[in-house]
Design a protein around this ligand. Sequence first.
Ligand code: SF4
Length: 569
Amino acid sequence: MKRSIPSFISERNVIIKEQGKTFGFIYPATYDIAMGGMTAITLGALVNSLSDWRFERFFLPWNPYIEPNSVEHEVPLSKMDILGFTSQFEPDYLVVGWILKKAGIPINNIKRRNSKSKYPPVIVGGPCSGANPFPLLDFVDGFFLGDAENSLSNLLKMIEEKGIEEFWKNPSEFNEIKGFWTPHSLESKEKSYSGLFSNKNFEDIAGSWYSRFNFTNLDTIPYPLKQTYCTLPDYHPYAPVKGETFQLEIGRGCSHGCRFCMIGSGMFNPARYRSLSRLLEIVEEGVKLTGVSKVDIFGMNLSDFPQLNELCWAVVNKGLEISIATLRPDMVNSELIQAIHKGGQTSLTIAPETGSDRLRHRLCKLINNEQILDATQIIFEAGTKILKDFFLIGLPTESEDDRNAIIDLVKKQNQIAQNSGVKEHLIRVDVNPMVPKWQTPLKNWVYNFLPENRPRLRDAVGHIYSQLNKMPDIRPKQVSVNEFLAQTWLTHLEEPINTLIESIPLESHTPISKNIGYYLHKYRDKLDTLLKNIWQDFRMSNWQVKHRIRATNITDRIFTRQYALVINK
Ligand code: SF4
């Protein structure tokens, strides 16, 4: 047996429990990419804290000939008692499905349930499955809705008490757990696997979706202090991005309500923060127990944390290094950037989204170019070497002038960097097509991904890339529109994804996540018809935004009103 990561990777603080039922966590990516996040660290600490359970990690294997065995005990996926994964992006479903297939586990949940081989149930959490569960109804055995810690621990306790057999026999009983829902409870009604693009009605699940579970006080959740990290040096090609850091999550949810953003649409709201005193306590103990000298500060609503300056200074004054996630330009201030610099971070990321104030305000991102340029000034004057900008393209009402405004804004930022006298500065620019996500007012804005409009979208992306690429000190990222098209197709899928997973050959896994568009190619006509129908219905219904389920207290009427504000109707 081989584990799914190369033998030269060494880690600290891995918890290896010998006893207990097993919860296998599947990362839909190779080790270097996967270990950047906090989800597995949080869930691992929680599962291992339960006396009857232990946590095992599985990664997309590096080598197609290696079985996806666990890192902790090198056991196969099929030997786990229960499996889980998080859905950050829809293409992850295909990668997880491929890993299950590779391990000989049926991807159809009915087959797993009815099999005498006792396969583990597969549970999913995260934003994508919480926004649109339909592609997964025949694939997974349970959904976590909202913050997963409480629901996971209650689920594992209930399974421990009643046995997995009871989960398979009477799944509806488990719907009593707040923030958990199993699609097997639909079975007595009309659930049956009928292939791709059939029409089914799953209104029954709507109530469960709306009653998700979110903690009101994050200070009450136990925080993982002795965190696992990889000890490969940063320059090693297989080293995870975050390296030897202690991860500090300061909050969840966001109150800004940007109209393209699932986080802002309320699935994780209200916006909540840990208290400053609790965060400082966590840093104090965590750094000691983990044995690192760098703290990675992140959170969905990072910049809005009222004591962010104080927190960063307190961390650096302890002699620790800092790395920090994307900042909102209007919250950038000299005191904060100086703390970040003192903490050794010489690159920063902001997300202007567009170069046009008009468009940005329509998206409800209430910042303007002046604030972005002020933030740029502060960032470079403090000696920052690298600034990374995130932009979106393909927005409603976007004109050629708006797209050119991205180029102008980056040029102005570069001018500021040059004037600030920072030697060898660089501005990295990502201009990504906007994926119209479920549970947002722009859900039905599939216009740019319609077959007839894609060439225009590609030209627009290519034009910005070529213009920025000509300029010194600016490094635009080359973007594949197909990657975002694949995401859009999968975001809008209302039927089981199983057929798509089945079509991915076992032998050509490397790297699945990069080739999703290629694997979806043979379904292109059907997937395009799906987008055309969405657009047609949207137009015919006088631009009514309709979700098949409601995941927050925002109704379709409110989403429709917000869409109208975007297009100024
Ligand atoms: S500020 Fe960021 S996280 Fe919050 S709604 Fe806007 S894009 Fe989403």
